[in-house]
Design a protein around this ligand. Structure first.
Ligand SMILES: Nc1ncnc2c1ncn2[C@@H]1O[C@H](COP(=O)(O)OP(=O)(O)OP(=O)(O)O)[C@@H](O)[C@H]1O
Length: 255
């Protein structure tokens, strides 16, 4: 079931034109073998430029992101993309970048062309847009290099360039820089900040508190499949009164 997408039918183009500048969910519940993995009454992303989702291992961060992106069907509850059910017509407007980039065994530019063609662009437009995406990402020098020969950091930067080339309204990142060195992490962060200035909404699962402080305007702390707190960055890091948040910020092991 994990990879099961739950898009509605192809939907209409008029719906696609509406954009997906918010993603929300209500009464979400995922349970396996009698264990509640996710239990969220209500959550909404998109009100701010970037929201960081933090929390201990196993808190349900990845499950939440996959569910919001339409990759997992919850046992109960509803997901909304800008107020309506996720649909295939808008799937390119909600991007997802994982810890391990998923690239085809083709070169960098072909990887991006493939995604753009799948999104409906002509071959000519796809090639032009892919070349531009790699140039804007500082990856022009590796555009002909097969993906399996790229370094891990380069692979992730190609995956980000591909995600951004699709011009999503929202981009979810699940530990996207966990395997990337500090220098490449900063390059990726700069690129995200640039895209955010151009209107992209980012939701970022990260164990890197420094990164959350650098990028996020808002923070969500998860624990045991639930939302502990959703606050502005300043409130969360400097003023929270939530006892669980305070323990997490103090570096205590949450059980
Ligand atoms: N298909 C599944 N079947 C059973 N349990 C699952 C399944 N998928 C995830 N889980 C469990 O759900 C819990 C939440 O997993 P999830 O990957 O969302 O956590 P996370 O907060 O992203 O953790 P981490 O920070 O370690 O990546 C974990 O205990 C995990 O073992």
């Amino acid at each position: 079931m994990d990879k099961e997408a739950f898009f509605m039918d192809e939907g209409s183009h008029s719906q696609a034109l509406l954009g997906v500048h918010s993603v929300s969910a209500e009464a979400l519940r995922i349970e396996r073998a009698g264990r509640v993995l996710l239990s969220i009454d209500s959550i909404e992303f998109g009100a701010t430029g970037c929201c960081g989702i933090v929390g201990p291992n196993g808190a349900g961060k990845s499950l939440l992101v996959r569910t919001l992106c339409g990759l997992m069907r919850p046992d109960e509850g509803r997901v909304y993309w800008a107020g309506s059910a996720p649909d295939a017509a808008r799937r390119h407007q909600v991007g997802l970048l994982l810890q391990r980039p998923v690239l085809l065994r083709r070169n960098a530019v072909q990887n991006i062309v493939y995604a753009l063609r799948a999104a409906g662009l002509s071959r000519k437009a796809s090639v032009e847009q892919a070349q531009r995406a790699l140039e804007e990402s500082g990856l022009a020098a590796v555009r002909e290099v097969p993906s399996h020969r790229l370094s891990g950091g380069e692979q992730q930067r190609v995956a980000l360039a591909r995600a951004l080339a699709l011009k999503p309204d929202m981009l979810f990142l699940d530990e996207a820089t966990a395997n990337v060195d500090p220098a490449s992490t900063l390059v990726i962060e700069q690129q995200l900040l640039g895209a955010m200035r151009a209107g992209l909404k980012v939701v970022m699962v990260s164990h890197d508190v420094g990164q959350v402080r650098r990028l996020a305007n808002e923070v969500v702390l998860m624990h045991k499949g639930q939302i502990v707190e959703q606050s502005s960055r300043t409130t969360f890091f400097e003023q929270t009164n939530n006892p669980v948040s305070r323990r997490w910020l103090a570096g205590e092991l949450l059980v």
